[in-house]
Design a protein around this ligand. Structure first.
Ligand code: NAD
Length: 471
């Protein structure tokens, strides 16, 4: 069976993955028409806005959209039409952790994947290659195939591929232009392999062939969960060691450097911090925990669960350090939280450690002022409301102020807490900040981005993570 040459792509889901991924495909494949669709009208309007006020902050993304939009890149809410026209459809919808019911708190909520799949089956009038872009539990492709085959029209055949996305928010465009690997999973049938070649040919327009890995469907699905689980495990491992460093007088930077020099370990992703956030790490590990439990592998489930437990511990430990250091009470004290996004170079706040820190400070009856260069005010209020469902928003807003700059946020505060590693926090005038603060003035560097010695020379009392040093 000869591979289909892809001429039209539809991407269902115009979010953090679907938007950048398919914008880059459009840019790199000018001969392919790419239509990104979403049910969320406001999101599509933003992607189409005349002034390119696109809904996602991601370095380099606006340039990509500017070059491709209107040529071969389109954003639309007309899901049915885009499905009908496409030869290949990416399903890039959200797969959050289930909030209630069976598997609540662990299992992926596949409602959006199923709805999108049913829509494809309902409206497709010709054969399609359907590609799982969303991160899904192992063997989801089987469910999708069952739904598609049971509902398809005569003459329509569907080949399912898994093509998980490995981009990291904040470096998405760089990651998409130059990926470590592109993973494509297919059934090992003649039709499956042929569909795999069709998608591989799309990526081959800019990705070197040796970086395009083709594997079985279930390996591909599991690899995505495994990759995120192992990255998160690395963070939890270094954070667990940071606690030992603090208790012993060892220095986590020195330990990480020494450990990372072993070529089997490598130096990346060994930075101690207040903990990981983002929409993926925790969700995907919990997904793996749920999968392991479903497969009657309790020890395996317990192993991966510990990575998340450690992350929760690290966040709590940091909040406690702030309270302990500020003389065991922060009631009525002003605390400036710099950064609210889960990491630098994104406006995404999903599972951001900043949310936990602010919640803890508010529960200790502190007053908090937040500054983040990208996160919108409405998002902050939404996140804090969700974090404290029993506290009315008006009450939260009595305790929390949003500031337009780091300097403004720090005015009259007793402590500055770095919650996101934004570059601008490295470069701000810390002497000016010191001069506006109450004394003694404390800095808690939850991201290990500041030069503690320089800050101490200014007069700050500085607390970092994993350095067994005293104030
Ligand atoms: P997102 O919430 O930003 O975007 C998903 C979009 O899908 C939303 O705009 C939603 O309105 C839309 N949608 C849902 N159901 C739909 C339907 N039936 N028809 C049309 N549109 C629909 O999510 P995201 O961050 O882009 O993540 C998408 C998937 O990619 C998830 O499975 C996630 O785990 C995975 N992933 C995310 C990242 C990341 O860094 N965010 C990285 C790799 C993989």
């Amino acid at each position: 069976m000869a591979p289909v040459t892809v001429k039209k792509i539809c991407c269902i889901g115009a979010g953090y993955v679907g938007g950048p991924t398919c914008a880059v495909i459009a840019l790199r494949c000018p001969h392919i028409q790419v239509t990104i669709v979403d049910l969320n009208q406001a999101r599509i309007d933003a992607w189409n806005s005349a002034d390119f006020a696109i809904p996602i902050y991601e370095p380099g993304l606006v340039d990509v959209v500017k070059q491709a939009r209107g040529h071969n890149l389109f954003f639309s809410t007309d899901v049915d039409r885009a499905i009908q026209e496409a030869d290949l459809i990416f399903v890039s919808v959200n797969t959050p952790t289930k909030k209630s019911g069976v598997g609540a708190g662990f299992a992926a909520d596949l409602n959006y994947v199923e709805s999108a799949t049913r829509r494809i089956a309902a409206v497709a009038t010709s054969s399609k290659i359907v590609v799982e872009k969303s991160t899904v539990p192992c063997r989801t492709a089987e469910s999708m195939r069952t739904i598609l085959e049971a509902n398809s029209k005569a003459g329509c055949r569907f080949d399912i591929l898994s093509n998980p996305e490995f981009l990291a928010e904040g470096t998405a465009i760089q990651d998409l232009f130059s990926p470590d690997r592109v993973l494509i999973g297919s059934l090992q049938t003649e039709e499956g392999k042929s569909a795999c070649q069709s998608l591989a040919a799309v990526y081959a327009n800019w990705v070197p062939k040796e970086r395009i890995l083709t594997v079985g469907l279930w390996s591909s699905e599991l690899s995505k969960l495994a990759a995120n689980a192992m990255l998160a495990q690395r963070i939890s491992s270094i954070n667990a060691l940071s606690a030992i460093c603090e208790a012993t007088g060892a220095n986590i930077d020195e330990v990480a450097h020494a450990v990372g020099r072993d070529s089997r370990v490598g130096p990346k992703f060994l930075r101690a911090s207040v903990g990981f956030g983002g929409s993926c790490f925790q969700k995907d590990i919990l997904n793996l925990v749920y999968l392991s439990e479903s497969l009657h592998l309790p020890e395996v489930a317990a192993y991966w669960r510990q990575v998340v437990t450690m992350n929760e511990y690290q966040k709590r430990r940091f909040s406690k350090t702030v309270v302990d250091t500020l003389f065991n009470t922060i009631t009525g004290k002003n605390i400036a939280v710099l950064g609210f996004a889960f990491k630098a170079d994104t406006g995404d706040t999903r599972e951001s450690p900043a949310i936990t820190l602010v919640r803890d400070f508010l529960q200790e009856r502190a007053r908090v002022t937040i500054y983040d260069p990208q996160v919108e005010a409405a998002q902050i209020w939404l996140d804090l409301s969700e974090a404290m469902p029993n506290v009315p928003l008006e009450q939260i807003q009595k305790q929390v102020t949003l500031a337009p700059t780091a300097l403004e946020a720090s005015k009259n505060s007793e402590a500055v807490v770095i919650a996101t590693e934004w570059n601008e926090f490295r470069e701000i005038d810390w002497t000016a900040i010191y001069n506006t603060m109450e004394k003694p003035a404390f800095v808690f560097d939850g991201r290990m981005i500041l030069n503690a010695d320089e800050l101490r020379k200014i007069g700050f009392k500085v607390t970092t993570i994993g350095r067994g040093e005293r104030l």
